[in-house]
Ligand binder design. Structure first.
Ligand code: ZN
Length: 319
């Protein structure tokens, strides 16, 4: 999953600040031929590209509309997910009671005939749903599309996504089956390469940035270059950094592996947790780090590829 975050703090829905307890996930697609994330997500973070009409949704709008995430294309054409609302905020996405219960995301439509594009956004959506299910204790049965929401009486009368996916042999049943297949397993980000030729940067490493441009060619600001960063994932010659040395300042930015240097063995201090039956990474992160979402830090520190842990395993816990 290529997950980024750009919360719509200027959208009235975010400002309303109403919370929900997520009971399900509603899949939408935009209904307009525009696969570019920048149409909806902004302002430009260096990856999205500039929306020349400035009509993205991170502003006060003439109608009440907001979702928790978008899936579509970055400026360089790669497919990504952008979280645009905290997952437990109440979105405005289905004009029905589904707003009070469902996390929502929009998949940016193209002209609906490109099977390769659908493949990419569909897979991205599968991983997003697996991630959200694990986050909120949901199952594939809790996932519906807008069209199904209407049949259930909790959403307005829209056809998404069933006007699109069946053209390419996909539907909500194949989607739920794909999510079910991955639940309980690991959520691979882009494939992680074990060793870089000529380099040895890997997920979890503390690095300094020696280059001046992000992977996409945009300039890396000086304040970013001044700090040390943790590597979130490495894929080919592309690395994503997401946290500074103190663990704050979460960003998700791709840089070239060749533009990174190990920051040396920083004095990392950690505790050790011995896994007992019933433990899951999420629960361990919640217990020691105060937040389940920080399970990725435990994974990174221990070099875990998947989410599977076993009784008796000794896990390093970051301080
Ligand atoms: Zn919809």
């Amino acid at each position: 999953m290529n997950l980024h975050k750009l919360i719509f703090t200027n959208n009235a829905c975010y400002k309303a600040g109403r919370r929900i307890t997520p009971k399900g996930i509603m899949v939408h697609s935009t209904g307009a031929n525009n696969p570019w994330l920048k149409r909806y997500v902004g302002p430009d973070d260096g990856l999205l590209g500039k929306n020349q009409y400035n009509n993205h949704w991170n502003q006060s709008m003439d109608r009440e509309v907001c979702v928790h995430a978008f899936i579509g294309k970055l400026a360089d054409g790669t497919v990504a997910t952008y979280q645009t609302l905290p997952w437990d905020y109440r979105g405005w996405h289905c004009a029905g009671s589904g707003n009070d219960t469902h996390i929502s995301f929009e998949i940016c439509e193209d002209y609906l005939t490109d099977a390769a594009y659908l493949d990419k956004v569909y897979n991205e959506a599968v991983y997003l749903c697996v991630y959200l299910c694990e986050l909120y204790g949901l199952t594939e049965q809790d996932i519906i599309c807008h069209c199904e929401g209407h049949d259930l009486g909790i959403a307005s009368n829209h056809g998404d996504v069933l006007h699109w996916w069946p053209k390419h042999g996909k539907n909500m049943d194949t989607f739920r089956a794909a999510v079910k297949d991955k639940l309980g397993g690991s959520v691979p980000d882009t494939p992680v390469e074990p060793e870089q030729p000529g380099g040895k940067i890997k997920a979890g490493d503390l690095v300094t940035i020696t280059g001046t441009k992000y992977y996409g060619g945009q300039t890396i600001p000086a304040w970013v270059r001044k700090q040390k960063w943790y590597v979130y994932e490495v894929s080919g010659d592309r690395a994503v950094i997401n946290k500074n040395e103190s663990g704050a300042n979460a960003i998700m930015s791709p840089v070239r592996v060749s533009d990174l240097a190990l920051a040396g063995s920083a004095a990392v201090t950690y505790r050790v947790h011995t896994v007992v039956k019933g433990d899951i990474l999420w629960g361990i992160a919640e217990k020691y780090l105060g937040s389940g979402v920080r399970y990725k830090e435990i994974k990174a520190l221990n070099g875990l590829d998947g989410d599977t842990i076993y009784s008796g395993q000794k896990l390093k816990i970051p301080n």
